[in-house]
Write a protein that binds this ligand. Structure first.
Ligand code: NAD
Ligand code: GLY
Length: 362
């Protein structure tokens, strides 16, 4: 097992990454100060992994309640969130009750938001079961639900007390979901870690066939990158915005086509290519850099052209981005591979051209 620390002072927490960690109750028991916990999962993940997690806790005398959410991005909303609060109240949870999120980013974001709100904040643990959640969403304390007008529009910063990443759970992950997670892995290389990008160019096929040592390396390196950014800028006053490379375009795609139609990583891959086109237009990236990015996304089985959405619709949806300041759109662009910046210098025309360059040809 490898352990990293998200060194956030009194909110610091470990990320344990390894095989066979789900049933290791010794990591969880010290956090369960009140002998009760609620595990939030969904109807797909719970039948696979919930028992393995809950049994050792029950054997140790913990009262374990369960919530099985419906599965899918389209359920990341108020109604589903309410079902978590229902169980927390029915189970007489208190301020010291620790909530456990077992699942991908959707479960983690919703359970984390429920923990942030319930009685103004209770502790929670992230047990991520998708590659995307293991490399990104379980770390850093961003929690949210979607609004019909925009992704992750309602949420809170609420750090977990522990991230427990059992890499064995990736064995059951559908291929399309694995590929979606790779988009966020590639993101770290592009933002701030050129040598990781180069490592990915050399090793992407090993990741696609789920070679355990390669997956572990990718997870650890991603988490190290993410933790460094979160430690420097927990509440996204500056550097943390860089983690949203490709996300302003990507969120517009996810919302525009309807939540769940395009997976998050798929939308981020295309969004990142749009950001690359804009960076090319600024004279920051060379065509050869854009081609390198395109090749890696393609080899990872990710799309590099978006859905049929008009540029007007993109721009309308992008106005809801959380990086908009005083009505002005700020985008994450690349000064070079491995060097991302936040910029508000792109003209509307350039943004439209970048979207068109990565839209389906008619
Ligand atoms: P997801 O949570 O929808 O999971 C993908 C699918 O895989 C689901 O059908 C799920 O039930 C299934 N699944 C999960 N684990 C499995 C396993 N081990 N075996 C078999 N099936 C499994 O999607 P995701 O890609 O994990 O997360 C996407 C979400 O994360 C989006 O809502 C996105 O906005 C959010 N996100 C949040 C952050 C953050 O910092 N909080 C960062 C990135 C993404
Ligand atoms: N996924 C972006 C962030 O955590 O800031």
């Amino acid at each position: 097992m490898d352990t990293l620390t998200v060194a956030l002072g009194e909110k610091a927490y470990p990320i344990h990454v390894g095989s066979g960690l789900l049933g290791r109750s010794e990591f969880l028991l010290p956090l369960l100060r009140y002998p009760k916990t609620v595990i939030v999962s969904n109807v797909t993940v719970a039948p696979l992994y919930l028992k393995q997690l809950a049994e050792p806790l029950r054997q140790a005398g913990i009262d374990v309640a369960e919530v099985r959410l419906p599965d899918g991005e389209r359920f990341k909303n108020w109604q589903t969130l309410q079902t978590i609060f229902d169980v927390l109240l029915q189970s007489h949870c208190e301020r010291t009750t620790t909530l456990i999120a077992l699942g991908g980013g959707v479960v983690g974001d919703m359970a984390g938001f429920a923990a942030a709100c319930f009685q103004r904040g209770i502790p929670f643990v992230q047990i991520p079961t998708t590659l995307l959640a293991q490399v990104d969403s379980s770390v850093g304390g961003k929690t949210a639900i979607n609004h019909p007008f925009g992704k992750n529009m309602i949420g809170a910063f609420h750090q977990p007390s522990l991230v427990l990443t059992d890499t064995d759970t990736l064995n059951t992950l559908p291929d399309r979901e694995l590929r979606s997670g790779l988009a966020e892995v590639i993101k770290y290389g592009l933002i701030k870690d050129l040598s990781f990008f180069e490592w990915l160019e050399a090793n992407i096929e090993r990741l696609l066939v789920r070679e355990p040592t390669a997956l572990r390396e990718a997870i650890l390196r991603s988490c190290r990158n993410k933790a460094a950014v979160v430690i420097a800028d927990e509440r996204e006053h500056g550097e943390r915005a860089l983690l949203n490379l490709g996300h302003t375009f990507g969120h517009a795609i996810e919302t525009g086509v309807g939540y769940g139609e395009w997976l998050h990583g798929e939308a981020v891959a295309v969004g990142t290519m749009m950001a690359a086109e804009l960076s090319l237009c600024h004279g920051w990236l060379l065509r050869v850099d854009v081609e390198r990015m395109e090749n890696l996304f393609k080899r990872a089985g990710l799309p590099v052209y978006g859905p049929r959405l008009t540029t007007e619709r993109y721009l309308e949806l992008m106005q809801h981005d959380k990086k908009v300041q005083n009505g002005r759109l700020r985008l994450v662009l690349l000064r070079a591979l491995g060097n991302a910046v936040v910029s508000d210098s792109a003209s509307l025309n350039d943004i439209q051209s970048a979207i068109l360059a990565r839209s389906p040809h008619v």
